[in-house]
Design a protein around this ligand. Structure first.
Ligand code: NAD
Ligand code: DAU
Length: 380
């Protein structure tokens, strides 16, 4: 069992990163410190960590509103025990800044989430995906290599995606042995980053693990992704845009189950190994959108038809991967992880979370996100 002390979480202000920080700091076996390094792009939001900052941060100051650039303080003003959660606003493309964070916090573990994560954006503007996902990951690896030259009690965990394996037909599932075949600029950039991590392990002896996970859903997900977009549009009685014929299939996993999988790999994963993580929960998009409509209708005590009538089949995503499915037998067998959240109740609690957090929704939808939607999806 690894002992983690100073855990650098990159992208901790995003959807999965923030959920992971909540999860990690709630684990009784974890007594270390989390350093959240995030550039606060449109997808990074310190509102996701307000309770964490209050409970584990240096001061009792509330986190600032959204991406205004303010950071929570890093030192304890009272001189009491050091904070177990600190935030560092930094860009993984900035090697000097990243190196400095490694030094100041004596980082022994990296959990690397920071990325441009939305496939549609990678089609409209792929450059940022190469700069952050490829060059940014390379910077982090180089900073880790320099900082850890004389240490072997360290670990670089890279959080990746099942999309690196490409697209499936009607049968079969991705496994750790599936050859890479990325199809979008996003998945190609993530595949590149996976290769760089393995190359640093092979060539320089950098201790690493990798997880490739399927589609996540749950609280704090930015509402450009399918599940929160459909929930919010239904609640607001706006059109529900389904790409193509709606027959594409995704494998859905509740975000807390993904956090648990990463925590399991951090503690017990074998160095140099890759673990696939998934929900074993395949849904055609159109079926899932209808299910969301039914659940929103039930939550509001209205007939489902009031919501299903909002469904619109729209122009397909270019190069749209047909189907993803993940065989997660290895992490189950070797490390004892399994999914805990059932899909129906996970969706219910996700819908309840978006209903209960209108201010969060309003804030993440303002500013840069609004401008991007206007420029690329006007009228959606
Ligand atoms: P997200 O877009 O919600 O969050 C990304 C975070 O990274 C944001 O906080 C953002 O500010 C930060 N970031 C972006 N560029 C940065 C940079 N240059 N420097 C520092 N920080 C930067 O993403 P997510 O959905 O939480 O995904 C997190 C990770 O998990 C990604 O690596 C993604 O590829 C992977 N993943 C996501 C899913 C999914 O379903 N969302 C599934 C499997 C794997
Ligand atoms: O598989 C893991 C990946 O899942 C992660 O690596 C990515 O970061 C994450 O964004 C997600 O990628 P997808 O492209 O599968 O997710 P998205 O929510 O964008 O779309 C899910 C499916 O729904 C996909 O088939 C496209 C479709 N879709 C999406 C949107 C936003 C629609 O039909 N309409 C929409 O408006």
């Amino acid at each position: 069992m690894r002992k983690l002390q100073n855990v650098l979480v990159t992208g901790g202000a995003g959807f999965i990163g923030a959920n992971f920080i909540h999860y990690l700091l709630a684990q009784p076996q974890f007594s270390g410190r989390v350093i959240n390094l995030d550039a606060l792009t449109y997808a990074g939001n310190l509102d996701n960590l307000v309770q964490i900052d209050r409970r584990y941060g240096a001061g009792a100051t509330p986190a600032p509103a959204n991406t205004t650039g303010g950071a929570t303080p890093n030192t304890d003003r009272s001189g009491a025990a050091p904070a177990r959660y600190v935030f560092e606003r930094a860009d993984i493309r900035d090697f000097t800044a990243v190196t400095d964070v490694f030094k100041r916090y004596e980082v022994d573990t990296v959990v690397h989430f920071a990325a441009e994560s939305h496939v549609d954006r990678s089609i409209v503007g792929p450059r940022a995906f190469i700069e952050t996902n490829v060059n940014g990951t390379f910077n982090l690896l180089e900073a880790a290599r320099a900082a850890w030259a004389h240490r072997d009690d360290v670990l670089f965990h890279h959080v990746s995606t099942d999309e690196v394996f490409g697209s499936l037909g009607a049968e079969g599932a991705f496994s750790e042995e599936t050859p890479y075949d990325p199809k979008s600029p996003y998945s190609a950039s993530k595949a590149s980053s996976d290769h760089l991590v393995r190359a640093h392990g092979h060539t320089f002896g950098l201790p690493f693990t990798i997880s490739n996970c399927s589609n996540n859903y749950g609280p704090y997900q930015f509402p450009e992704k399918m599940v929160p977009l459909m929930i919010l549009n239904a609640l607001e009685r706006k059109d529900l845009p389904v790409y193509g014929d709606g027959r594409n299939v995704r494998d859905w996993l509740y975000v807390e189950d993904h956090s648990a999988a990463i925590w399991t790999v951090l503690q017990r994963g074998a160095t140099g190994e890759t673990y696939l993580v998934g929900g074993e929960n395949e849904w055609e998009n159109i079926r899932l959108v209808r299910a969301i409509c039914e659940k929103v209708a039930a939550a509001l005590g209205e007939p489902p038809q009031r919501y299903t009538q909002l469904i619109r089949f729209v122009k397909d995503r270019p190069g749209h991967d047909q189907r993803y499915a993940v065989n997660c037998g290895k992490i189950k067998r070797e490390l004892g992880w399994h999914q805990r959240h059932e899909f129906s109740s996970g969706l219910d609690s996700t819908i309840a979370w978006y209903r209960d957090n209108p201010e969060w929704v309003q804030r993440v939808r303002s500013g840069a996100y609004k401008d991007w939607i206007e420029a690329n999806y006007a009228g959606r």
